[in-house]
Design a protein around this ligand. Structure first.
Ligand SMILES: [Zn+2]
Length: 317
């Protein structure tokens, strides 16, 4: 896809629309991590080109609300690299979609009158060498399946789960990977008072056994309530924690091209997110579309191009 050139100098002064700010922020992270260069050198030039062109231009619909005359912009078309695991722009976009889907499923369960409590579970193993990541993730996947087959899990996790995988932490030493799972588990409403309750020590032992480890792994378990804490909805915070980067942009920044190439190959084709149980079965309740075509009319189209850390207006029709 060709990238439109910016040939009208006067447009350089147009402020970047608020609707593009978040994308611009992520695009800066992509540039700072030199991801396109690392992908070209560490994987192949084609992938580098693909990532380098991600959101290098965005066309927007200009809209006006028919009653309130409020003005808004909506993305009409863009080019995305879709390297969801590593591109800071696409990973963020994907996380928004995944969170929306999960919220829709939780809302659908609630609407159906099925009440669940939620717990937030983090399962880790000791760090492995970067070139052993794939093998370690495969073992963790088997471990998760074994965990799900235990009587204790079946009694406790009655509503299913949503799980995300992270590969490297921000403080993981060079040359190593820190694969771990974050998961939201749906447990029955009597879980915290009944015999199906699993305490932290038991989770550690269950994960150790499922993974066939000869040490006690680091495990985190927390109850998620619907309360608001520190101005944030706990459920939304947990959803965001699971549906986030598999590797943060600052970690990618620290990787050499060779290390990035290795990470890319080690995780190629692997799914970052997984659903299970009732949560996997239920259809998400859709959130209303912000731009219902019966309420908004189109005023025009703008084309914005990426240059020097921000989007610059190239054309307005
Ligand atoms: Zn991208």
């Amino acid at each position: 896809m060709s990238i439109p050139s910016n040939n009208e100098k006067s447009n350089q002064n147009e402020p970047q629309p608020a609707e593009l700010e978040e994308t611009a922020k992520r695009k800066c992270k992509l540039d700072k991590a030199q991801l396109a260069k690392k992908a070209a050198e560490g994987v192949n030039p084609k992938l580098g080109k693909r990532i380098g062109g991600c959101r290098s231009w965005i066309s927007l619909d200009l809209l006006e609300h028919l009653k309130t005359h409020e003005k808004a912009r909506r993305v009409r078309k863009t080019y995305s690299c879709d390297v969801n695991k590593f591109c800071p722009v696409c990973a963020w976009d994907n996380a928004q979609e995944v969170s929306k889907d999960l919220r829709g499923r939780l809302a659908a369960l609630k609407k159906a009158g099925i009440e669940y409590q939620q717990i937030f579970l983090t399962l880790t193993v000791r760090n492995c060498a970067l070139d052993k990541l794939r093998q370690t993730l495969a073992a963790m996947s088997v471990g998760w399946r074994r965990l799900m087959q235990t009587k204790r899990w079946k009694e406790a996790v009655t509503g299913g789960f949503f799980r995300g995988t992270e590969y490297i932490g921000d403080r993981t030493p060079k040359g190593q990977a820190h694969p771990h799972f974050h998961a939201i588990l749906l447990v029955s409403s009597s879980y915290f008072k009944g015999s199906s309750y699993i305490n932290h020590d038991e989770w550690v032992q269950m994960w150790r056994k499922a993974m066939r480890l000869d040490y006690d792994p680091v495990v985190g378990v927390e109850r998620i309530t619907e309360r608001r804490r520190k101005h944030q909805d706990e459920v939304a915070a947990a959803v965001a924690e699971v549906a986030k980067y598999s590797v943060t942009p600052s970690t990618i920044e620290r990787l050499t091209s060779k290390e990035f190439g290795l990470l890319y190959k080690q995780t190629k084709g692997l799914r970052q997110f997984a659903y299970g149980g009732e949560l996997a079965q239920i259809l998400p309740l859709l959130e209303p579309d912000d731009f219902n075509s019966e309420e908004w009319k189109a005023l025009g189209i703008e084309l914005w191009s990426w240059g020097a850390g921000r989007y610059v207006l190239s054309r307005r029709d």
